[in-house]
Design a protein around this ligand. Structure first.
Ligand code: SER
Length: 874
């Protein structure tokens, strides 16, 4: 059974058990500060488990794109080294939201594995939670009993919190879990060691394939557990491992999922082939084919590699692949991106964004590869230099290894490897490296981390309602609050029962404003979202947070934001109309003062097209189109209306559709009632932000008007300066032409003056010592003297020219020597350095030409005399 069939079978099985099949949520998480990437199938349902979101379906199933490279579940260093960990993997799962519980979950798992997939029962072992004293939790005897209906007692194993209590992160939904493990060892190995000894021991062939979690609690910040209002089921089965079992392989990489990519990479390399071993070459193959999946999906979802946050993690994963290919497969040019089409063939149907963004994905990876390969080379040069500077070193300094890591992206194991290759006895000083790394971590922690305390709940069970589409002020109560410290500053996060404040999301910045009660006014500095929760940020806590408050959004700011947001939609539509439907939104920022729109497009947008886009938008604004806002449209219906999806949606979302004529978008932002309110739209800049992604910045409303009146003002001033010509442009052109003609004339005159001067000076040459000397003052600016000196030196090969002038209270000395004078041993530089002090200055130059400037023109005669003396003595 190939992977596609395995996936299909799973979904159909649960569909037949009354589950709705839902799409995978994005792998890159937005709006959740506690999680960067989806690390389990249940993430998109977190709010349903916590009781913050209601949905119609009580049973759902899907295949979810997961990434485990940061936070609690981090497998990155294992990936490729072993045969069953991955960065990106698919998690097949079935969920019950307060519906069925342990019995059905267990019965169905057995039915699917044994009756449908036909796994040999003899190879399966199951586990259950056997309690935890610190959490005061009893053993899950219920699960134990249920398993007894299917397996002999000796195949049912109890484990503690570490293995059998599943938690999404430091905080969040959690509960006891029950795992199904499969022993895929050969008969001989099976006869030698009892599989029960190997369950949960990290054995590559006695592996967990399915985790059945019974979500019952929320883990709080102080580590205590609170029981959830309802009990839920969350199961997760890694598709890649299941494929290994069902395809009778010993490694996930030997399944069809990875082998297509491995074969394709072998072809690209031509001089390496995969041999299913644990040698470095094979690890490199596995790293490359694993990482290309994670990176491609992230980019297809709009998460480009960058230097911060999720983008940085993606960049690091890609660099790990490039580095392995570089170090162990001799890859010196960008090759990895060429795997993208193969990936699209195998996964494009399941994850359609991969297909629609294939070109962009390939291009971005190629550019990243090229630039990192250049960096690698530079780093290697730096390493060579270090070795030259430390001849005979028997260890690489930890600080230097850190420099390579920090500046050139060299992980320490690469430096270690290079050290070994160079015969450095003790490799890298790992302790020193770790110390530097620790210091850096502390620095970044101090710079950005939000340290949040527990919520203080004032009113239980209030679901926060957002009324900001219709109201900008309303009566509110604070339902809970907590103190946070960020960059050493204490702030408060307030949650209301109802709020008119828009929380930062979808590119639109959060509202500001204030709340007021009994004469006390608390400023709301920003509004942010944490999952579905709208959090208002203030630097003061009200004296009595339990009072009733009136909340006011800063209306003027909100109005400007609305104009910019609606204009962003019009811009998006105009770009697609004019440039083509390959244009897709890749990011945006809707700010009160301006808007920014990032989109996929492979070349610069010409000035002509930019002005056409601007006109299209302005024409729409002049014409005026009323907003059609549909608040609760089920996601599939919205897509049918032609709304452009943003890939941020989760299962169960009812979306808001914003329509201005032909522009239809899924959007949660605030908008003008009619685009005529925007008044004016003006593009300020267009440029590239990374491979295949362009950015337009623009302004609207008063900002656009002010910009234009300032420009007109400048034009008016220009007109006046030009003495009011009929046409400013030709007036300015005339002036520039005149300027150019005068410039030419001036140059000619200068040349003539210098020729005349040279002629006059000819008579002043005198024979002093071994040279023909010209020692004189001249009335010329410094720049012209140089030309004069060179023209005189050219004529007289045995000459020594020393010219001095005073301009604007300063003295300038210039000395030039003909080739014969130099051969005789004179040096312009020496003559200058001895004479310059007499004009209270200093200077320098070469043996043939030197200059000095000084602040004492009164010393010129003495300086020239000194030069005379020096050459006479020669
Ligand atoms: N949440 C569990 C896991 O990730 C089961 O889906 O293993």
């Amino acid at each position: 059974m190939d992977a596609a069939q395995i996936r299909k079978t799973f979904l159909e099985f649960f569909e037949n058990k009354g589950h709705r099949i839902v799409p995978s949520s994005p792998m890159v998480v937005k709006n959740d500060p506690t999680l960067m990437f989806t690390n389990a199938g249940m993430n998109q349902f977190k709010d349903i488990f916590l009781g913050n979101k209601q949905v119609d379906d009580k049973r759902v199933a899907d295949t979810q794109k997961c990434l485990r490279v940061s936070g609690k579940h981090n497998d990155l260093e294992e990936v490729g080294v072993d045969t069953y960990h991955h960065t990106m993997f698919e998690m097949l799962g079935n969920w019950s939201f307060g519906d069925y519980f342990k019995k059905e979950t267990i019965d169905w798992a057995v039915e699917l594995l044994l009756d449908v997939y036909k796994i040999d029962k003899d190879r399966l072992y199951v586990t259950y939670f056997d309690g935890d004293t610190s959490d005061k939790l009893e053993a899950d005897v219920n699960t134990h009993e249920l398993w007894k209906h299917h397996f002999d007692q000796d195949r049912i194993l109890g484990f503690g919190r570490k293995d059998n209590f599943w938690e999404m992160g430091e905080t969040g939904p959690c509960g006891p879990c029950s795992e199904i493990h499969c022993d895929i060892r050969n008969d001989e190995d099976r006869a030698t060691i009892d599989a029960r000894e190997l369950v949960n021991k990290g054995h590559p062939q006695v592996v967990e394939i399915w985790n059945l979690v019974f979500i019952e609690f929320n883990r709080n910040k102080d580590q205590s557990l609170t029981a959830l209002p309802k009990k839920h089921v969350d199961t997760g089965m890694g598709l890649e491992r299941l494929a290994m079992v069902l395809q009778g392989k010993q490694s996930n990489y030997d399944t069809d999922i990875f082998m297509v990519l491995i074969r394709a990479f072998e072809k690209l390399l031509s001089d390496h082939s995969y041999s299913h071993s644990s040698n470095k070459e094979d690890i490199a193959f596995r790293v490359v084919v694993d990482h290309i999946r994670a990176v491609s999906i992230a980019i297809a979802e709009g998460q480009l590699p960058s230097n911060t946050g999720a983008g940085y993690v993606i960049r690091r994963i890609l660099r790990r692949a490039i580095r392995y290919a570089y170090s162990f497969l001799g890859v010196r040019e960008s090759l990895i991106h060429k795997l993208v089409p193969h990936l699209v063939t195998s996964l494009g149907k399941v994850f359609p964004e991969l297909k629609s963004q294939a070109d962009l994905v390939e291009k971005v990876i190629k550019e990243e590869e090229e630039s990192f390969l250049r960096t690698l080379e530079k780093g290697i040069e730096r390493f060579e230099k270090y070795l030259e500077e430390h001849p005979g070193a028997d260890v690489i300094d930890g600080q230097f290894a850190f420099e390579l890591y920090d500046t050139f992206g060299f992980p320490v194991d690469l430096t270690e490897l290079m050290a070994q290759e160079k015969g450095i006895l003790n490799g890298v000083n790992q302790a020193g490296f770790k110390a530097e790394l620790g210091k850096q971590k502390d620095r970044s922690r101090a710079a950005g981390k939000i340290d949040a305390g527990d919520w203080i709940v004032l009113v239980e069970d209030e679901v926060e309602e957002f009324v900001g589409y219709d109201q900008t002020s309303t009566d509110v109560r604070i339902t809970k609050y907590r103190q946070v410290s960020q960059k050493g500053k204490d702030l408060f996060q307030l949650v209301f029962n109802i709020t008119p404040f828009y929380a930062e999301s979808g590119g639109q910045v959060g509202d500001t404003g204030y709340i007021q009660s009994q004469g006390e006014r608390i400023e709301i500095l920003d509004t942010k979202k944490e999952n579905e929760l709208i959090i208002h940020i203030s630097d003061t806590l009200p004296t009595d947070p339990s009072l009733d408050f009136k909340a006011f959004v800063d209306v003027n700011r909100r109005e400007r934001i609305k104009k910019n947001h609606s204009a962003t939609h019009l811009l998006h539509h105009a770009l697609r109309t004019l440039l083509g439907s390959h244009v897709e939104q890749k990011g945006s920022l809707v700010h009160p003062d301006y808007l920014r729109f990032d989109f996929s497009h492979f070349e610069k947008v010409s000035e002509k097209d930019l002005s056409r886009i601007e006109s299209m938008v302005n024409e729409g604004i002049r014409h005026g189109i009323a907003l059609e806002e549909m608040r609760s449209v089920p996601l599939p219906q919205a897509k049918k209306m032609g709304a452009m999806a943003l890939f941020g949606e989760k299962y169960g979302d009812v979306v808001r559709v914003i329509k201005f004529g032909d522009s239809v978008e899924l959007c949660g932002g605030t908008h003008v009632g009619n685009i005529a309110e925007i008044g004016h739209f003006k593009i300020q800049s267009e440029g590239s932000i990374s491979a295949g992604i362009r950015r337009i910045e623009a302004i609207t409303g008063d900002a656009a008007d002010n910009f234009l009146s300032e420009e007109l003002d400048t034009l008016e001033q220009l007109r006046q300066l030009l003495k009011n010509p009929a046409d400013v442009k030709s007036g300015l052109k005339k002036l520039l032409d005149e300027h150019q003609a005068l410039q030419k004339e001036l140059e000619a005159m200068k040349k003539e003056r210098s020729r005349d001067m040279a002629g006059d000076l000819e008579s002043k040459f005198e024979d002093i010592g071994a040279v023909k000397a010209l020692i004189s003052t001249v009335d010329l600016p410094g720049g012209e003297i140089k030309d004069l000196v060179f023209s005189l030196v050219k004529k007289h090969s045995n000459s020594m020219i020393a010219l001095a002038s005073s301009q604007g209270g300063k003295a300038v000395l210039t000395i030039g020597l003909g080739p014969d004078a130099m051969k005789a041993g004179l040096s312009a530089r020496k003559l200058i350095s001895e004479s310059a002090p007499l004009i209270s200055g200093g200077g320098g130059g070469q043996d043939n030409f030197a200059t000095a400037g000084g602040k004492n023109p009164g010393g010129i005669d003495a300086a020239l005399e000194k030069i005379r003396e020096m050459i006479s003595d020669f």
